[in-house]
Design a protein around this ligand. Structure first.
Ligand SMILES: [Mg+2]
Length: 313
């Protein structure tokens, strides 16, 4: 197998085309990390000014933190321990001389917060400020997206929708609440939770594009239908607009983990995560049958349709 099946969407159509064009030049595409010999896991993630952040929303240190945690989240998604971070930077000509340093102070703080170190990088001038962050970690039992089986339960860490609430407040010309702003500016890659969940998980993914899209990736990779009860979602208190459950499900960039666990396991791991990490673990659905990757979202008992974040709308 050269590629793990991805869920629907124009961004993923482009990735499928790349995988097909690469053919035998690629291996193992489509999961949160690449799995390399020796238990090494690797992933890369770019944060781009105007797309992922704006300088009038966040400080340079916050931008570096957020870009690095976003990349580290893919290590959390496979249950890996974080080891090393490399950052390829591009900054606009005429940027303050200390901008690269400030971005990297944030990157270093994020790496440090999960036990990793910055081990290299690259610095260029470019038309827009970009941080391309590569992360390396190690897992003794890496968890892929592809192992969910009928009868498993779906659980999610933390609370959803806070980052999107901040984004929407800024986009509407206002200012987010302090809580929403913190969720956007200061995400925490769930490395420690991912390692504990990986002892029991059958499949796992991080919520970078939002539950709507990422549940589809897990379902497609595992060849199962999943049913998500939106009434059960742990909603960030910062979510106030519209139907909070739909907003929380649509929101990306919370960097929480969606995990498939055998029955009874979540009830045991939940209190463990709460005690050790002060992190909620909430059961939000089930894996119910083999399928090409269908996701059924229920709200008040009725099916509803949701779309994940799409860069190529
Ligand atoms: Mg991911």
């Amino acid at each position: 197998v050269t590629a793990t099946p991805l869920g629907p969407g124009p961004e993923f159509d482009r990735i499928r085309a790349i995988a097909q064009a690469l053919g035998g030049a690629a291996a193992g595409l489509g999961d949160d990390c690449a799995f390399l010999p020796g238990g090494w896991c690797a992933s890369t993630d770019a944060s781009i000014e105007g797309i992922h952040f704006r300088f009038d929303w966040l400080s340079a240190e916050e931008i570096g933190w957020r870009a690095t945690m976003a990349a580290l989240s893919d290590l959390a998604a496979v249950g890996a321990e974080a080891e090393a971070v490399l950052v390829a930077l591009a900054v606009r000509p005429g940027s303050p001389n200390d901008l690269p340093t400030r971005l990297m102070i944030g990157a270093g703080e994020a790496a440090n917060a999960v036990g990793a170190r910055v081990v290299g990088g690259d610095l260029n001038a470019g038309p827009t400020t970009t941080l391309a962050v590569t992360v390396l970690g190690r897992a003794t039992r890496p968890i892929r997206r592809s192992g969910a089986a009928p009868g498993n339960e779906l659980w999610v860490t933390g609370r959803l929708g806070g980052a999107r609430a901040a984004w929407q407040a800024w986009e509407a010309g206002g200012a987010p609440s302090a809580e929403a702003r913190a969720r956007f500016a200061h995400p925490i890659a769930r490395i420690a939770a991912g390692r504990r969940l990986a002892t029991q998980a059958t499949a796992m993914i991080d919520l970078s594009d939002g539950l709507a899209g990422d549940a589809g990736h897990l379902a497609s990779a595992s060849g199962v239908r999943v049913v998500v009860d939106l009434d059960r979602l742990p909603i960030d208190p910062a979510v106030t607009a519209g139907d909070p459950a739909l907003a929380a499900a649509a929101g990306g960039e919370d960097y929480e983990l969606l995990v498939a666990l055998p029955g009874q396991v979540g009830e045991r791991l939940g209190p463990e995560l709460k005690t050790a990490l002060d992190l909620d673990l909430t059961r939000i659905g089930v894996v119910d049958s083999p399928s090409a990757g269908e996701v059924l979202f229920l709200r008040l008992g009725q099916p509803v349709s949701l779309e994940g974040f799409n860069h190529f709308r």
